[in-house]
Design a protein around this ligand. Sequence first.
Ligand code: ADP
Ligand code: MG
Length: 390
Amino acid sequence: MNKKTVRDVDLKGKRVLMRVDFNVPMQDGVVTDDKRIRAALPTIQYVLDQGASLLLMSHLGRPKGGPDPQFSLKAAAEALSKLLGKPVQMAPDTVGPEVEKMAAALKPGDVLMLENTRFHKGEEKNDPELARQMAKLGDIYVNDAFGSAHRAHASTEGVAHYLPAVSGFLMEQELEYLGRATQNPERPYVAILGGAKISDKILVVENLLAKCDKLIIGGGMANTFLAAQGCDMADSLVESGSIETARNILASAGDKLVLPVDAVIADRFDAEADSQVVDVDKIPAGWRMLDIGPKTLALFGAVLKTARLVVWNGPMGVFEFPRFAEGTFAIAKLLAESGATTVIGGGDSASAVKKAGVAKKMTHVSTGGGASLEFLEGKELPGVAALNDK
Ligand code: ADP
Ligand code: MG
């Protein structure tokens, strides 16, 4: 990675302003899942161990442009305090004179949680004035919120222009593993794409196609490619506006592209729908493809067997319905047992590998849904671009 990390700067005696993703689920003022807080612990602990004081900032939910106690980060501060085994002070605001006073009083090892960045309208507008006020609070800016790095907000991008700016360990890990999908991949490199719509992921298809050795396509996305090849997809989700694009991709990709040969079809879009397995060119009228079939699984499995790197984005079927989850779960298990480096991007894909019970067996499951997708499109994320180069 060509961006500086917390390891590259001297933190002793400094005030560290760190952007984290504490956008955690809550109920009755209590954090119900502290996974994201735990994910930031290695960087938090490191910064404190170096003899710095720490100011944490994050967004939480979607408050409507002003303070709203319902979206306070107080509960997150309490959850963090328990995990760290030390007090975490809570600031009454993100920025301002009172917060500046609290920041100035911090001693090495102290932790101060700033209030929700989205209590300020300037956050999402990336207002330079708000960014400057944030920067006043610290000596060094650390960004460990990969999941927000695709957004150019004051706390993720703007503030980085006013302070030395480096990444935390979580950010570093995301960039390292997702970076393998786009730079110097291990080969053979097999990418798997799925999910609902091809129009959401055209740029991902094109970017990965240019980098990988084989591109497996499943899920709803495959339907449009199959339709472009002349299959009658009956009532399957097909994006007629993207058939032409699919045809062009098919023509240029040649045998790099691997498509389903059979399907699990349903007589309606419903968890309790009747289902049967047919070849993709034999879908009866009134039926729709909701999962890949067993022959497809064997075909995809044979391709995956050869891989040293697999990047997967997008489920192979409607895995929310148990009857149509087999393809997605089977691919997840194949990856779990393969010796390849396995990188999972995309929010639904991450929950699918978790549901399949194999998330821990993957080399890397990205914590950033939208951010990982934009990364796989080959875009530079604004929150990453703003960090200092090595
Ligand atoms: P990710 O969040 O991993 O990027 P997407 O959001 O692109 O993935 O796609 C996930 C959705 O795609 C799931 O809700 C799943 O039900 C849907 N999907 C997958 N295959 C099909 C299909 N054959 N028909 C309709 N929807 C599908
Ligand atoms: Mg999704």
